[in-house]
Write a protein that binds this ligand. Structure first.
Ligand code: SF4
Length: 962
């Protein structure tokens, strides 16, 4: 409860909270249908205002379902021009509070202006609870919607999405924000004020009033002196105790795995939801063996086996007894988090807390305190706009409290939208001062790595695995046991991690670090300032100034020459492309002349300017090396900056030379050109042709035990294809054990597969597309099941989407599509929430969509998922097989498509209770010889209706039996 004196101190003893409901999001074309405001005095509601408004248009179903307001409720209500004067009279001169208030104010301003009314908000104090809660409560709910914050703070205020209820909630939320703000310490409030002061935003007044109040009352406030740190369980689970002899002998028992997984065993006794699964038991015993006997275990485990427990228990036991860590890697963040936050706490508890575990991410996920403090000290030097400052503010309170520094923990800061900010403060080896950093002892990136060095279980992702391999274990330290989950993705992860990239924007980033194009920011500015502040001797200053001027010149030349050289090449390739009308071109090249041919003199000029630029950085480095310790302010930092700058510049120069001059054995090269309004984006990329020797050398030859697992590791029940791909075929046979475990689910009764015979061949694209639309229409008209449609082409998906969307509107059913209006995770969330919706997706939706229950009961496989043969890496791999006399279709395209197909089919049955149907709309699965390989990969035999009515009948019967 906030005290009156605090509200007075913050000039919030009285304010008005407001909210509006509208027909949509566009303040010009949409209408206000409800407006409300609530007056607060000394933290209590004293008056309110609420009116419905006749918008003179029909409401959409979405707005009716969101607000509960219907057309009939508005028909006899006053118009906006009659309501606004009453509203202005009510709010009077009070400060205004709203959640994302700029939205409400835009609507009110526009409606006032078209009816000739004044809406002078400029003279008012405005408070935005959305931005304020992101700043003051940075570890709050996942999303800062008002309804979520109400739940988070237990605010009772009546209906969500009704103007009066939301106005009350908004006012109450501001009071909660005040309460939380008073718990901050002086240093944090000062940092907030330093940034807020120099930029304009709806949080400025609150923060400055808070800083003033803190300055006046710091002697009175005890509470702010204790920093309330967040708990580090966000990324670390500590060992509770050391194993005693008794525990060690129990864990060493030969049948320890039976004691845990068997019927009547540890898990059966202790976990209410535990169900004995033979497959899990087998997998766990095999994992235990592999870890103890130095083997490589390859396990295909179908959905529902509970594979993470099956390898986590043996891994933890092995690590406790051997005191060596086991590293577990996953492809997706979702699985990495599920293992660390859901599964490991259970394993930890069941094994008496005898081990520690850490979730370790790439360095750039952690805050660099040094870079962060530099911005706080001098915000205008680093933040270039009001908007950047507003997005930076949610880092400040969090930075003071976090123990992990993992940005994922900060829900108030949206890294996806604010990468420009995050890139200024993320931990980056290029900027790290190491032991010389004054924050070294609290450094998050270094701290978590130290924990990873000592932890029993370290949970990482595939990219980090390769980053550790490239850096010779600098990330993970020594380890000899590895579990690779989602192992079917390890080849792709290696291919993309071990490639190179060169573009003008890579170069511009380095040049901008030296000096920005407006000549206002960059290391040279900092160096100049520091030299003038620290060195008195004119000669020495002149020496520096001379080199600084030289580097400025070289930066400008490199920027100008690089830009025009790069644009010319990009334009030539774009013009010469047979596909030049398209917005984006991706093309493989085998010889650098295909890119640089005809530009020999430009290349040599570019290389020479690039060398001059790198040389000028080097000369500054050398001169910096002659300074006495502490001779200039921020000396260590500046030295580190110039030394990493030299490294980055030299590395980028080598990358350019790699594309220009190097032999191209075992590498694939290509260029991407994207045409945008402001010109062409042109980039060169490369990737290893075959990663299997790299996997063999670094994983199987180097490590003692490796467990590889996934739901899709076999083709027609054989591991041969995957073993080759993963570099296992050249490992000694006796070291490798393979186990294929089906799913414990009763697929015969839970799943139906339908392969219609009456659809056109996918090769007849127009007719085929129409046939697909007909199936979708028939399903939407006759059945109420949630349906996922998996496409292989975005173009076709879009076309089908727009052709069937009228029907979905008529039927009042939700139809969602990848890339339309929402992110992938929001689409999946909506799909889960609206039980009978349809969701269309391509590539990334073939795996990782986990929707148990009746939101996903039907799956449409629109075409078999063959890779695009013109994708450079695919093209090169196909060519390589052909060169070796092998049929690339049978040896590459079909098995790759089967692996993806199996992932797709696996979306339907996610739990023992699920029932579902898979419709394979690609007739090649039944009409071709190779199609049988797809059928053989299915868990049940398909039924093949010969016409639409048979398809409907089979579907009807299947859903009737549920
Ligand atoms: S040690 Fe390096 S990463 Fe850590 S805070 Fe300092 S500069 Fe940043």
């Amino acid at each position: 409860m906030v005290k009156n004196e605090d509200l007075k101190g913050l000039k919030l003893e009285s304010f008005v909270a407001l909210d509006i409901e509208t027909t949509g999001l566009n303040s010009f074309s949409d209408k206000i249908i409800e407006i409300a405001a609530v007056k607060f005095e000394n933290g209590e509601i004293v008056d309110n205002f609420s009116m419905l408004i006749n918008p003179e248009i029909k409401l959409s179903d979405e707005i009716v379902s969101l607000t509960g307001i219907e057309d009939k409720d508005l028909i006899d209500k006053p118009f906006i021009e009659d309501v606004l004067p009453l509203f202005f009279e009510f709010i009077d001169k009070q400060p205004l509070v709203g959640h994302n208030i700029s939205f409400d104010l835009e609507f009110i301003k526009y409606n006032s202006s078209i009816h000739g009314m004044e809406s002078d908000f400029k003279s008012k104090k405005i408070y935005d609870t959305l931005s304020l809660s992101q700043i003051i409560v940075p570890r709050g709910p996942v999303s800062y919607k008002l309804s979520n914050l109400k739940k988070y703070f237990n605010i009772e205020s009546g209906d969500n999405h009704r103007a009066l209820g939301d106005s009350i909630a908004c006012g109450e939320l501001l009071l909660k924000i005040v309460e939380k703000s008073l718990e901050l310490n002086d240093a944090t409030v000062k940092k907030l004020a330093d940034v807020a002061l120099v930029f304009e935003s709806f949080v400025k007044i609150f923060i400055l009033d808070l800083a003033n109040y803190f300055a006046k009352t710091s002697f009175k406030r005890k509470i702010g002196t204790t920093i309330n740190k967040y708990h580090d369980s966000f990324n670390y689970i500590a060992k509770d105790s050391e194993p005693d002899q008794n525990m060690e002998s129990i864990l060493s028992m030969e049948d320890i795995i039976d004691k845990i997984f068997d019927k009547g065993g540890l898990l059966d006794k202790n976990l209410s939801k535990f169900e004995y699964r033979e497959e899990q038991h087998i997998f766990s015993k095999a994992s235990h063996r592999a870890l103890n006997e130095g083997k490589i275990l390859v396990t295909e485990a179908g959905t529902g086996v509970g594979k993470s427990f099956a390898y986590l228990f043996p891994s933890a036991i092995n690590s406790i007894l051997s005191d060596e860590k086991v590293v577990v890697t996953t492809n997706t963040k979702n699985l990495q988090e599920q293992i660390f936050y859901k599964d490991i706490p259970i394993v930890h508890e069941q094994l008496g807390g005898l081990f520690s575990a850490v979730i370790l991410k790439g360095r750039k996920n952690y805050l660099c305190l040094n870079r962060f403090e530099s911005i706080c000290k001098n915000p205008t030097q680093h933040l270039v706009s009001d908007d950047q400052a507003k997005r930076f503010l949610p880092l400040i309170v969090w930075a003071n409290r976090t123990i992990t520094g993992d940005i994922e923990e900060n829900t108030g800061f949206k890294k996806g939208f604010s990468y420009d900010i995050w890139s200024k403060v993320e931990s980056d080896s290029g900027f790290c001062l190491g032991k010389k950093c004054r924050h070294y002892n609290r450094c998050f990136a270094i701290g978590i790595r130290k924990k990873a060095f000592k932890s029993n279980l370290v949970i990482i992702n595939h990219s980090l695995l390769f980053s550790d391999i490239v850096s010779e274990n600098a990330v993970l330290g020594k380890y000899s046991k590895l579990v690779v989950d989602e192992a079917h993705n390890i080849e792709n992860a290696a291919t993309s991690y071990l490639g190179e990239e060169f573009s003008f924007s890579n170069l511009r980033n380095i040049i901008n670090r030296v000096i920005t194009q407006d000549n206002k920011h960059g290391y040279l500015k900092k160096l100049e300032k520091s030299i003038l502040a620290g060195i008195e001797e004119k000669n020495k200053v002149d020496k520096f100034q001379n080199l600084i001027d030289q580097l400025k010149d070289k930066s400008r030349s490199l920027h100008d020459i690089g830009k025009s050289f790069w644009n010319e090449i990009g334009e030539k390739l774009y013009r010469n492309s047979s596909n030049y009308r398209s917005n984006s071109i991706k093309k493989r090249f085998k010889n650098s002349d295909e890119v640089f041919g005809g530009f020999e003199s430009e290349v040599s000029k570019f290389k020479s300017v690039f060398e001059d630029f790198t040389g000028a950085i080097k000369r500054i480095n050398v001169l910096l090396g002659t300074l006495e310790e502490g001779e200039i302010p921020d000396q260590d930092e500046i030295k580190q900056e110039f030394s990493t700058l030299f490294e980055s510049s030299s590395d980028l120069y080598s990358t350019f030379s790699f594309f220009k001059d190097t032999e191209r054995e075992n590498f694939v090269f290509w260029y991407d050109i994207v045409s945008k309004n402001n010109g062409l984006n042109f980039k060169l990329s490369s990737a290893p042709l075959d990663v299997s020797p790299i996997l063999k050398k670094n994983l199987y030859d180097n490590l003692e035990s490796v467990i590889l697992t996934s739901a899709t590791l076999t083709i027609e029940k054989r591991f041969k294809y995957m073993q080759k791909k993963l570099g296992l075929s050249s490992v000694e046979k006796e070291r490798v054990e393979t186990i294929m475990l089906g799913s414990p689910f009763d697929h015969e009764n839970q799943l139906k597969v339908i392969t219609p015979t009456f659809l056109a061949s996918p090769k007849m694209s127009t007719v085929y597309e129409k046939d697909v639309e007909n199936v979708i229409t028939a399903l939407a008209e006759n059945f109420d099941q949630g349906t996922l449609g998996l496409f292989t082409s975005y173009k076709m998906m879009k076309s089908v989407f727009y052709n069937v969307s009228d029907l979905f509107k008529k039927k009042d059913r939700v139809l969602l599509m990848q890339g339309k209006d929402s992110t992938r995770s929001d689409l999946i969330k909506n799909f889960k929430n609206v039980k009978n919706s349809f969701l269309f997706g391509t590539d990334s939706f073939w795996e990782g969509v986990d929707v148990p229950g009746n939101s996903l009961e039907a799956l449409l496989i629109v075409k078999l998922p063959f890779s695009v043969p013109t994708e450079p890496v695919i093209e090169a791999r196909i060519e390589d097989l052909e060169k070796r006399g092998l049929n690339s279709f049978m040896h590459f395209s079909v098995p790759e498509a089967i692996l993806k197909f199996k992932q797709g089919v696996g979306r339907v049955i996610r739990s023992a209770e699920d029932r579902g149907i898979v419709y394979i709309l690609d007739s090649r699965v039944i009409n071709t010889r190779w199609g049988q390989a797809f059928v053989n990969s299915l868990p049940v035999l398909p039924k093949s209706p010969r016409n639409m009515s048979q398809l409907i009948k089979i579907t009807e019967e299947s859903f009737k039996n549920e």
